[in-house]
Write a protein that binds this ligand. Structure first.
Ligand code: GLC
Length: 460
């Protein structure tokens, strides 16, 4: 395929996506609210078209928010609980349900959350519509155990977030737990450690699947365009064939019927659109799409005793590491029962945002590093540019790029693109003269503009 052809197709995709977004905005702004049950008039898209925004976005905000924020991680003598507190505290449904009337997040402000994500350089937001505890954090007509009917809050935060994300240009996405410790038809035998808050020996998984399908329909019909349906079982179903048992393909078909552009992660028991390594970064690049999800402290849900925040340096370097392997980074916050995002996560995210404002080009729209060895840090690539993410600054001011055979036509620091760096070209390596002091202690990005596609030895 020639370059021109590629661009044409690319342009078409963008235009269609734009129209797609416009159609939704019209719905949002036309006083119809966000309600629509009609299928979107979107193209029957190839995997590549649907995943384009995702591949380019690289960085998203994960939000674990539910009535488990009320106990804030503490139950009886334990202080290390979070969103699993119902199971880890062995709390029966009748007792756990009492958190709902105490959940009144009056400080919740969707625009502030979205602004925080956007300031940090994030391009999408994934939030728990229902976690393993079975509590629906949105207005569900299929249960009373939801935020509208079981709490004094009286607002649907998902609707507010959908609107705020739409306005800010962030993709809005839902997490949804397959495992359900509250719904009477979810069999305990398929739950994590066989736990259920009110186990029912006559539980009928088929009925539960119908409920799940209904909730998926609600989520994809009432909140505008959904970027991703992010399923999670959290290790339930043990060794049983989950995809078969829950009719996973039928669920995916429902999603695509309602929203053909919506992505589905790989936790329905089928590979679907992309993989989800959790809390760790793969050692190698992969040709399959993936997204690393990770906590900012040691918990997904709010735990008031956990102040062990990852530093901005760790987050930025993780992001460069992941992007350098071709993946995305989904970074989690666990808001309080009042509706605020903990100060410690806000602090880190703001600092990450400062780095992203200067260096975002080295992350968005990039692909994995073509270089096999980057002893000083990581590398990302975009068209004819290599972004060298330097974590260990060379004491002698000579940054060696092993294995790069291309002619380098320009080299500069991304933070100071007008100041070029001298380059010495060897047969199998390039040496860049960099300032003696490391300009950005978190990650200084050196840009190399190269002639032709990357030629490296050994090949990655
Ligand atoms: C695990 C946890 C779950 C969390 C998820 C995020 O599966 O069980 O609580 O939501 O990770 O990836």
């Amino acid at each position: 395929m020639t370059r021109v052809q590629q661009n044409k197709i690319h342009g078409l995709t963008l235009r269609r996506l734009w129209l797609h977004g416009l159609a939704w905005s019209v719905l949002v702004w036309s006083g119809l609210g966000l309600h629509t049950a009609a299928a979107q008039d979107a193209p029957s898209s190839s995997n590549d078209q649907r995943t384009e925004w995702f591949r380019d976005s690289k960085f998203g905000l994960f939000v674990h928010w539910g009535i488990y924020a009320v106990p804030a991680g503490e139950w009886k003598d334990g202080k290390n609980h979070a969103e699993w507190i119902m199971l880890t505290g062995n709390i029966p449904s009748a007792e756990y349900e009492k958190f709902a009337p105490q959940f009144n997040p009056v400080k919740f402000n969707a625009s502030q959350w979205v602004e925080l994500a956007q300031d940090a350089g994030m391009k999408y937001l994934v939030i728990t519509s229902k976690h393993h505890d079975g509590f629906s954090m949105y207005d569900s007509k299929l249960t009373d155990y939801d935020i509208m009917q079981a709490t004094p809050f009286g607002r649907d935060p998902m609707k507010e977030l959908a609107l705020a994300c739409n306005q800010a240009g962030l993709k809005f996405c839902f997490y949804y737990s397959v495992a359900d410790w509250h719904y009477p038809d979810f069999p305990a035998k398929y739950s994590q450690r066989g736990f259920h808050g009110n186990p029912n020996p006559r539980a009928d998984l088929e009925k539960y699947v119908e409920y799940m399908k209904g909730q998926v329909r609600e989520l994809l019909s009432n909140y505008g365009p959904i970027g991703i349906m992010w399923f999670d079982g959290g290790g339930s179903f043990n060794k049983q064939p989950m995809a078969q048992l829950i009719h996973a393909q039928e669920i995916i078909d429902i999603i695509h019927k309602l929203q053909p552009m919506c992505l589905v992660n790989n936790r329905l028991g089928l590979p679907a659109d992309y993989g989800t390594p959790e809390q760790k970064i793969p050692g190698q690049a992969s040709k399959d799409l993936f997204e690393v999800c990770m906590t900012l402290n040691g918990h997904w849900g709010y735990n008031k005793n956990d102040q062990n925040w990852k530093s901005p340096e760790t987050i930025v370097r993780n992001l460069a590491d992941i992007a350098g392997k071709g993946g995305n980074y989904l970074l989690n916050v666990g808001p309080t029962a009042e509706g605020t995002i903990p100060e410690g996560s806000v602090r880190t995210l703001r600092e990450v945002g400062k780095w992203m404002k200067v260096n975002g080009d080295s992350i968005y729209g990039t692909t994995a590093s073509p270089l096999a060895k980057t002893p000083w840090g990581r590398c990302t690539a975009k068209s004819r540019k290599l972004y060298l993410h330097v974590f260990d600054w060379p004491a002698d001011g000579k940054l060696i790029v092993p294995g790069l055979k291309n002619k380098v036509t320009n080299a500069y620091l991304l933070a100071a693109s007008d100041k070029t760096c001298a380059v010495t070209q060897g047969a199998e390596q390039v040496t860049v003269a960099v300032p003696p002091e490391m300009p950005d202690k978190i990650d200084t990005v050196v840009v190399l503009e190269i002639q032709g596609d990357p030629q490296v030895s050994p090949a990655r």
